[in-house]
Design a protein around this ligand. Structure first.
Ligand code: NAP
Length: 321
C-alpha cells in the first residue's frame, strides 16, 4: 500500500511497525515529512497505519515481513529502493521478550528470541548496507533495552539477546564509520506497549507480572517518548542513547557498580516475587548488612586517606619553610 510522494526525500525503513514503539515512531517520522516504510507480520495492522498516515498527507508504504526470514528482509529493501530510490535510516525495532529461569527455560524458544532480537537486525543491516554505501550515507538504529546494562533474573534470555545486539551495534558503528554510516543503539526502559502481552513465557518466573507491574508503575514511559528519542538519535547520531535521565543514571551506575545493582535486584525479587512463598531471604539481609559495612569501611578509609595526605602535605611545606 502506498500514499502520495513526500516533498522531502528522506526514507526510513522501520521493522516491528504494526504496533507499540514501531507504529508510533513511523507516525512521528511521517508527520515530520519523512517517507516511511513499515514492516511487520500483521498485514491488516500495517495497512491501517499506512491509511492513517496517508489521510494526514504523509507518505507511507508497508511490506509484510517476518524479520527472521532473510528473503523477507531482502524483499523489504528491494521494494523500498524500487519505489523511493534510497534508504536514509533503518530502524531495527521488531523484537520480543522471553521469561523463565535459566534452569527451566525452553531453549528452542530462547533460540527463536535470539533469531528475532540478534540475528534479524544483523541480516537487516546486511540488506541495507550496499544501498547506504552507494549513497555514502545512512543511519542504522538498533532498538535495544536498558536491560542491556544489567543481569535481570527471570529475564536473562531477553537481556542477553539485547546485550548481544548492543555489542554488535557498537562493533558495526566502528566497521561502518568510514562509509559515513552511523550505527546507534537506543535503550528504552519500561514502555507502555503490548510487549508484556507478547512476552514468551518459556520457563518458571514466579510472580513476574506483579514485579513488572510494580516496577512499571514506578518508572515507565509512553512509546511517544521513545519515538521522540529515536527521532533525536537520527538528528544527532551517537553510539548509545538512553530515553530518560533516570535510565541513564541506572544504566551508568549499574555498569560502574554491578555488585550493588545485583544486590538491589536480588532484594527486589525477594520482596516482590518470592519463590515458593519465601519472604525476604536471610542471605539478602546478610548481603545488605555487608554492603552497609563495606560503605562505612570505604568512607572511613577515605577520611583516613585525606587526613594522612593533609599531614604529609603540611610536613612538606614545613620542611620547605
Ligand atoms: N516495551 C518495553 O518496555 C520495551 C523496553 C525496552 C525495549 N523494548 C524493545 O522495543 C522494541 C519494540 O517493542 P514494543 O514494546 O513496541 O513491543 P510490541 O508492542 O510487542 O511490538 C513488537 C513489534 O514487533 C513486531 N514483530 C514481532 N515479531 C516479529 C517478526 N518475527 N517479524 C517482524 N515483526 C515482528 C510486532 O508485529 P507483528 O506481530 O505484526 O509481526 C510488533 O509490531 C522491541 O525490540 C523491544 O525489545 C521494549
Amino acid at each position: 500500500m502506498q500514499t502520495a510522494r513526500s516533498h522531502l526525500n528522506k526514507v526510513m525503513i522501520i521493522t516491528g511497525a504494526s504496533g507499540g514503539i514501531g507504529a508510533v515512531t513511523a507516525r512521528l517520522f511521517a508527520k515530520r515529512g519523512w517517507t516511511v516504510v513499515l514492516a511487520a507480520r500483521s498485514e491488516d495492522k500495517l495497512a491501517a497505519i499506512v491509511k492513517e498516515i496517508s489521510a494526514l498527507g504523509g507518505t507511507a508504504h508497508s511490506v509484510v515481513a517476518d524479520v527472521t526470514v532473510q528473503e523477507d528482509l531482502h524483499n523489504l529493501v528491494r521494494q523500498t529502493v524500487a519505489r523511493f530510490g534510497r534508504i536514509d535510516v533503518l530502524v531495527n525495532n521488531a523484537g520480543a521478550g522471553i521469561s523463565g529461569t535459566l534452569e527451566s527455560i525452553n531453549v528452542d524458544q530462547l533460540a527463536y528470541i535470539f533469531a528475532l532480537n540478534v540475528v534479524a537486525p544483523v541480516a537487516a543491516l546486511q540488506a541495507v548496507v550496499p544501498t547506504m554505501k552507494a549513497q555514502r550515507s545512512g543511519i542504522i538504529v538498533n532498538v535495544s533495552s536498558l536491560i542491556e546494562d544489567m543481569a535481570v533474573p527471570y529475564m536473562s534470555g531477553y537481556g542477553a539477546s539485547k546485550a548481544a545486539l548492543g555489542y554488535l551495534s557498537d562493533a558495526a558503528a566502528i566497521e561502518l564509520a568510514s562509509y559515513n554510516i552511523s550505527v546507534v543503539k537506543v535503550l528504552p526502559g519500561m514502555t507502555k506497549t503490548e510487549f508484556g502481552g507478547n512476552l514468551i513465557q518459556a520457563g518458571t518466573a514466579t510472580s513476574l507480572e506483579e514485579l513488572f507491574e510494580k516496577a512499571g508503575v514506578l518508572n515507565s514511559v509512553t512509546p511517544d517518548t521513545v519515538a521522540e528519542t529515536i527521532w533525536q538519535a537520527v538528528q544527532t547520531p551517537r553510539r548509545k542513547v538512553y530515553v530518560t535521565l533516570t535510565d541513564k543514571f541506572v544504566g551508568n551506575s549499574t555498569r560502574l557498580a554491578p555488585g550493588v545493582t545485583n544486590l538491589l535486584l536480588k532484594a527486589a525479587i525477594q520482596r516482590y516475587a518470592p519463590i515458593e512463598g519465601q519472604g525476604m531471604a536471610k542471605s539478602v539481609r546478610q548481603d545488605l548488612n555487608t554492603a552497609a559495612l563495606a560503605t562505612v569501611g570505604v568512607a572511613m578509609a577515605l577520611v583516613i586517606g585525606v587526613i594522612a595526605w593533609r599531614e604529609k602535605w603540611h610536613q612538606k611545606n614545613r620542611r620547605r619553610g
